[in-house]
Design a protein around this ligand. Structure first.
Ligand code: FRU
Length: 486
């Protein structure tokens, strides 16, 4: 990473001649580990999902993008649209960081529909000659030609008193004819929090105050906040940075999760809530963003990746992907996350579909990119292990232990190492009820695991050889296993 000079990181795409960029694209296209069914960058680095919104029959989804290498540099917004959350149409770069307030990056933000048009609000990141950061919040509108028109000067030109320049990622919504947005912030005493603004028209914004939580000292910065009410419960999502690991929790470099409680009675800012809970117990999940589908489902997309992390595919000049869209639901007061139903359209051939009374270890299929659904008809006595993307030298384990109800994802032998392995190669969670259902999506270099119909989710990059395709099951169980090629 250090070979990337500041100059190289802040070089705009427009500086590169089309032929060199075409070659870069070609190199990326030929890279191993390119995804088959996930959103990934054509070149360079993808990070947070941005501007996720549905309008006029299409979903709009953008992502943070540095075009010229697998590092965090000058950020653009790359744009995709979809009618079904499965087939994504590539709309190209939509937001270009070429104005003074966003001269060092068009940072994260959200989308909303106003006057029957798609609007966004994002963070302009600027550095002065001494490399001092200045952030502002900018409103923009998606034009018919696919570019975002910015309304400058910024709607929120400066950081309010009491906060540092780490003030970013506005998430906008509307309630009772008032526009609101939450912004991720760092207080002057270097603790993280979320700040609320309101507006009559989504152009002129006034600070309401901090969302008052019972977590006054919980990490040094909260990034990418989101707030919504689902089934009568208020959810505040955010990504706290700087938490120490705590048993099986908080094992990654930064965390992503939520607190839930009685809905905030806006414009008041008191939030009575329970403990912080992680959204995903895997290795590579961060900066999620939600939106509503036209039929009222709350959908979530996250970044398969994390800040300050490098991957074996970096040497081919690209990095990261977005998660599959998940639908959020509340059952019995608990937040569940499942793959959006639309994703069933990804299924190609059925590789395996059978009722099993299983014992011992068996190889049941050869598959590289697939979905697996396991439904247990009888509670497990001991446990079971799924082994995917296996060969003699490589294997990825998903292991459930009935005695402790622990579910483990182990990438110790998954293939090429991820540099962040100083953070360990095993992740674990404890389920609140015995395992009865598992659903797995495996792409060329990722795995997304949904346990007990959304009670626990884990996302991870893995870097196996293309030829490591054995899929094995070990343990005594009765149930149904279906595997679909994707
Ligand atoms: C989170 C984040 C955001 C910021 C963006 C910059 O990953 O650091 O807080 O807006 O990425 O790319």
């Amino acid at each position: 990473m250090s070979i990337w000079s500041r100059e190289a990181r802040y070089r705009p795409l427009s500086d590169v001649d089309p032929e060199s960029y075409r070659q870069m694209k070609e190199e990326v296209r030929n890279s191993p580990w390119r995804f088959r069914f996930h959103i990934q960058p054509p070149t360079g680095l993808l990070n947070d999902p941005n501007g996720f919104v549905h309008h006029d029959g299409s979903y709009h989804l953008f992502y943070q993008w540095f075009p010229l290498g697998p590092v965090h540099g000058l950020k653009y917004w790359y744009h995709l649209t979809s009618k079904n959350l499965v087939d994504w149409f590539d709309e190209g770069a939509a937001l270009i960081p070429n104005d003074d307030p966003d001269s060092h990056g068009a940072f994260s933000g959200s989308g909303f529909v106003k006057d029957d048009q798609v609007y966004i609000m994002y963070t302009g990141n600027k550095r002065d000659a001494d490399w001092k950061r200045h952030t502002s919040q900018i409103v923009g509108r998606l034009r018919g030609d696919g570019r975002i028109e910015k309304f400058l000067p910024p709607a929120i030109p400066d950081v309010p008193d009491g906060y540092t320049e780490h003030f970013r990622d506005p998430k906008v919504w509307r309630e009772d004819d008032v526009w609101y947005c939450v912004i991720g912030a760092q207080r002057s005493d270097l603790t993280g929090c979320v700040v609320l603004f309101s507006s009559p028209d989504a152009y002129v914004w006034t600070m309401v105050g901090e969302i008052k939580t019972t977590l006054p000292d919980f990490g040094y910065m909260w990034e990418c906040p989101d707030y919504f009410v689902l089934d009568g419960i208020g959810f505040l999502l955010f990504c706290p940075q700087g938490l120490a690991a705590d048993g099986d929790r908080f094992r990654n470099v930064h965390q992503s999760g939520y607190i839930q409680g009685l809905p905030i009675v806006l414009p008041h800012t008191d939030f009575r809530h329970g403990p912080f809970q992680e959204l995903d117990f895997g290795f590579d999940f961060y900066a999620p963003q939600t939106t509503l589908s036209p039929d009222g489902r709350r959908l979530l997309v996250g970044w398969i990746g994390l800040p300050d992390t490098t991957y074996p595919s970096d040497r081919y000049n690209w990095a990261n992907a977005l998660t599959l869209p998940r639908e959020l639901k509340v059952i019995g007061g608990k937040l569940l996350q499942n793959p959006a139903v639309e994703l069933e359209a990804l299924r190609k051939e059925t590789i395996f579909d059978s009722e099993l009374v299983h014992s011992g270890m068996s190889k049941i299929a050869d598959a590289e990119t697939f979905e697996l659904v396991l439904t247990l008809s009888v509670p497990l006595e001991e446990g079971l292990t799924l082994i995917v993307r296996a060969s003699e030298a490589e294997e990825t384990f998903i292991k459930y232990d009935a005695a402790t109800r622990t579910l483990t994802l182990d990438r110790t032998r998954s293939g090429q190492e991820v540099a962040s392995e100083s953070f360990g190669t095993v992740r674990r969670t404890t389920l609140s009820e015995p395992l009865h259902h598992l659903r797995l999506f495996v792409d060329s270099s990722s795995i997304e695991l949904f346990a007990n119909l959304g009670e626990a989710v884990a996302t991870a990059r893995i870097f196996p050889k293309h030829t490591s395709t054995a899929l094995k099951i070990e343990g005594e169980f009765e149930g149904n296993v279906s595997i679909y090629e994707l």
